[in-house]
Design a protein. Structure first.
Length: 135
């Protein structure tokens, strides 16, 4: 029964029907003070699912723990400078998109009967770059 509650997919073993990985439960499973009920409540899963994850970890300890420590080490290293820069650019673009939406909605509210078209997001970005007013 425990095996049917755990599925192995591209992200490793997960609680069936959820996106909760066995790896994400390991720190809680190793914490002697954490009960299965508290773990279940923290992740929105059942105590049976927590028990299945614990059994899976015990049955596959060398493989699971090696992968867990590898993931922990990678998390401690953090993102590469390239990834950090991509994230920064994505955030700037998201903020610009929010501003574009706000301007578009304000124009619509200002003159609901107007047939004037508002530029697409890409056109709006180009206009801003040409006028030097952002992004």
């Amino acid at each position: 029964m425990a095996q049917s509650l755990i599925q192995d997919n591209d992200n490793g073993p997960v609680i069936a029907g959820t996106r909760v990985t066995v790896y994400s439960l390991i720190p809680y499973l190793l914490d002697e003070a954490a009960s299965e009920e508290s773990i279940a409540n923290s992740f929105g899963i059942t105590t049976a699912q927590v028990s299945a994850a614990r059994a899976y970890v015990v049955e596959n300890a060398p493989t699971i723990l090696a992968r867990h420590y590898e993931l922990e080490e990678r998390a401690q290293r953090g993102n590469s400078l390239e990834t950090v820069e991509k994230l920064r650019r994505s955030h700037v673009r998201l903020l610009s998109f929010k501003e574009w939406l706000k301007e578009r909605e304000a124009l619509k509210a200002q003159d609901a009967n107007s047939s004037a078209s508002f530029p697409s997001f890409e056109e709006w970005l180009l206009l801003r770059q040409k006028t030097g007013s952002g992004a």
